[in-house]
Design a protein around this ligand. Structure first.
Ligand code: SF4
Ligand code: SF4
Length: 336
């Protein structure tokens, strides 16, 4: 088993492109916040223009089409073809499994590197309680159809208090699905999840360090033993480990259809974006924005985590931080 930390690098970048915010589901933890991200759908010409904006580094940029539900966009297939034509390193579509507009019949396996499905429970009951009735069956049906058509397929499981116990069942569930990659994500306190933020006198849905470490590395290893590449965020760093903010060392852009461009996903619930796309130009926003925070060095690691979702921090009796929270972009990868 090969284990490696996927370090940030200037030589690789990621473009997370939300082409619309509309969705057919209303997941309990949906991170889309229409007050911040707008409710418009970009037309195909604008999508192409915006892709071109980021095309100076496209040979080293992984592009991920997101929504809302990106397959609700009738021209997604044209966006995929354009992205491939201008040479992005890889093209991924993240979907909830409904695969609208016959997307699989309009693109080829050469044009898209991965179709990635979100499933948030090993059982219908748990997944559907989070993502909505019928979404479990639809997601699994979508995976089967996608695999049968020869596309490379991955799965994303967003861990929260609601579903961490069901990670135990995931190795058996994925065995029969022929997916190539499995991503474990940690729930972020933004969008719908921020409505359970403890600052609003409710209980956060983030899992404790103990629970995360009890489940995630073990299950990741079991799934990787099946030949599936597994990636999960490190989240908790011992105090002697080096902390780095991805925004300072690599290029990650989170683009929304209202033109906001963030470098840090944790900031997405706030008007802290570093850039805006105006008249098809990427322009820096005025301060204060997220960039003012990236260089701040605090014992707790990620400064935005402390400001926005501090429920995952812990202090000893002297008030010292017991560990650091890693950058949410720092991943552990397991492969045979
Ligand atoms: S999390 Fe994704 S699938 Fe669920 S409502 Fe939000 S955009 Fe739709
Ligand atoms: S999550 Fe924290 S460390 Fe990572 S980019 Fe955002 S501010 Fe930087």
């Amino acid at each position: 088993m090969k284990k490696r930390t996927v370090a940030f690098s200037k030589n690789s970048s990621n473009l997370f492109f939300h082409i619309l915010t509309k969705c057919n589901l209303s997941c309990k933890h949906c991170y889309i916040n229409k007050d911040q991200h707008g409710d418009n759908t970009l037309d195909i010409e604008t999508i192409k223009d915006w892709l071109n904006l980021f095309s100076n580094k496209n040979k080293q940029t992984n592009l991920i089409f997101l929504g809302g539900e990106p397959t609700l966009h009738p021209d997604l297939f044209l966006a995929v073809k354009h992205a491939k034509k201008i040479g992005f390193k890889s093209v991924t579509i993240d979907t909830n499994g409904y695969l609208f507009h016959d997307i699989l019949d309009k693109i080829t396996c050469d044009e898209v590197d991965f179709i990635s499905f979100s499933l948030d429970g090993a059982t219908r009951e748990t997944n559907d309680s989070i993502r909505g009735q019928g979404s479990y069956d639809q997601c699994l049906a979508g995976i089967k159809e996608t695999v049968s058509k020869g596309f490379s397929t991955s799965m994303i499981y967003t861990v929260s208090k609601d579903n961490i116990d069901e990670l135990l069942m995931m190795p058996d569930l994925v065995k029969s699905l022929n997916i190539e990659r499995f991503f474990i994500q940690v729930i972020g306190i933004r969008g719908e999840s921020s409505k359970t933020d403890p600052k609003r006198n409710q209980v956060s849905n983030q899992v404790s360090k103990e629970k995360w470490l009890e489940f995630v590395p073990k299950i990741a290893e079991q799934i990787a033993q099946q030949g599936i590449i597994v990636t999960y965020p490190k989240v908790f760093l011992n105090n002697d480990k080096k902390f780095e903010c991805a925004a300072l060392v690599s290029d990650n852009f989170f683009v929304f259809p209202n033109g906001r461009v963030y470098q840090c996903p944790i900031c997405e619930d706030f008007p802290l974006h570093s850039f805006e796309i105006k008249n098809n130009q990427l322009v820096e926003t005025e301060k204060i924005n997220e960039k003012n925070f990236f260089r701040l060095s605090i014992p707790e690691g990620c400064v935005m985590n402390k400001l926005i979702q501090p429920d995952n921090l812990s202090y000893n009796k002297d008030g010292d931080s017991e560990y650091k929270i890693a950058c949410c972009m720092l991943k552990q990868e397991l492969r045979l």
